[in-house]
Design a protein. Structure first.
Length: 85
C-alpha cells in the first residue's frame, strides 16, 4: 500500500511511514467503486486492457413479515451477483 508522510516533492517528512505489503494469493479491495488504491492497482498491473467496462449493481434490503413456522433465527440469505450474473 502507499507510503504515508511523503511531501509533494517526493521527500520523506518527519512522520514518514512505509506502506504495508499485502502478501496473499488473493486480495479484495473494498474501498468503493473507484477508490484511489483500486485505481492505482488497475493502472500498475494494466487490469483494464482488453476487458469490458466495470458493472455496478445496487443492493436492496427487504424486511418481510412471515409466519413463525417459516422463521429460523439467524438465517441470512445473500444473492451476490444476481441479477448481473
Amino acid at each position: 500500500l502507499s507510503d504515508v508522510g511523503v511531501a509533494k516533492d517526493g521527500k520523506k517528512k518527519d512522520q514518514y511511514s512505509p506502506g504495508m505489503q499485502l502478501l496473499g494469493k488473493q486480495t479484495i479491495l473494498a474501498e468503493g467503486c473507484r477508490g484511489s488504491l483500486s485505481e492505482a492497482i488497475m493502472e500498475k498491473y494494466n487490469l483494464r486492457e482488453g476487458v469490458c467496462p466495470q458493472h455496478y449493481g445496487l443492493g436492496i434490503k427487504e424486511v418481510w413479515e412471515i409466519p413463525d413456522e417459516n422463521f429460523r433465527a439467524g438465517t441470512v440469505v445473500h444473492t451476490v451477483g444476481w441479477p448481473l450474473d
